[in-house]
Design a protein around this ligand. Sequence first.
Ligand code: GUN
Ligand code: FE
Length: 452
Amino acid sequence: MGNYAHVFQGTAFTSKTFEEVGILKDYLFCINEKGMIVKTVSPEEEQYVTLLREYEGKDNFHRLLDGEYILPGFIDLHVHAPQWAQAGTALDLPLYDWLNTYTFPIESKFSDINFAQSVYEDLVQTLLANGTTTALYFASIHKESSLLLAQICARLGQRGLVGKVVMDNPDQCPEYYRDESTEIALKETEEFIIAVQELNEQTKQGVYPVVTPRFIPSCTDEALKGLGVLAAKYNTHIQSHCSESDWQHGYAIERFHKHDAFALNDFGLLQEKAVMAHCNFLADKDAKLFASTGTAVAHCPISNVFFSNGVLPARHLHDLGIEIGLGTDISGGFSPSLFDNVRQAVIAARMLEEGVDTTISADKRGVSSSRITTSEAFYFATAGGGEALSLPVGRIEENYAWDVQIINTTLPSAKLPIFNNDLEDIFQKIMYLARPENIQQVWVQGEKVHER
Ligand code: GUN
Ligand code: FE
């Protein structure tokens, strides 16, 4: 019956809707050679026993132990790979000064391919160990080391979407960290796209090139326009930063007399496979433009504490029809863990709703109806990320990739306080209390890529 590459038996959690997490108790999951889920079978179904009889005891049959649960792998929609070298430091300055004082200097070092190799290998391994099966990366302006990052993802088994960063505007980018010219920036971007699309041909889980203007301040009009054309020509993903902070939001208004969202759209940079980081200052008309073009938001709730001057109204934007996923924004965000970002997304939304200044009366202090639940934050980290990228990932469902993390709640060194068998409670405890040690195995596209 069937000829599956793997069959798993266990309990999984996966988003059914934005609000609701489905619990697949003691299901069988049948995975084909390509690493896709071809069948999910509940214990009530007739074929359950037949399948069990056929696969039990074989090498490719995996029964989860008591206290182990399957979650979809996380999708990190915003990581600056070179900034891994400074993660956990340099969080004391506002965005503009932070970029010029710490971040451009560290990123400029990625002209050294050996340095890039050591940082990128460590980062991809760390993200996999934290349950991140798909990541959307900004590399640096350097074509060679950006390509190296894609190769490392390909080799270590992560689904990587990688951008060579474009920064060609002499007004905003220092000479030591700037594309040599607009022409060279566009030429190298095109070469990078072609090289990664070739690499993708030999990569089971997929690696994808991403057109990556750093953000409007970093780029000339000619570069922004040229990048829009390249994205359309090669049908690539697009990423940038949009209306992150008071300063960034104000910059576009000054230069273009319009909001970031409309300026990006003028250059052909908003589309179905575009993901814009932060977006804290989107007006409703910007949000509607995002929704109508299919552009997604990468919500980076830890980073936003340090650089955004506010809290993303995630529920409001979701209600306006925008696809939202979560991003670590390493190193604006210090943590490589999307568990940490799920928690901060819930906390930040709750603080937005309640307000923070206790000298203001309670009825005026916050923004009502802003809170999100753990299930909704989990949706952002999984299914929402998959929708944002237009890839079949982020759900445990037929015709999705077998990208999962297996959580062991019983480890002696990191035991979760589970004293009843209510699976809804167990899901919430995993969301709030799981640590990297609890992530026992990680699979991408039907291949085991991490085990501890
Ligand atoms: N805006 C432009 N570049 C960056 C960056 O590296 N991090 C963040 N958080 N915002 C940016
Ligand atoms: Fe960023």
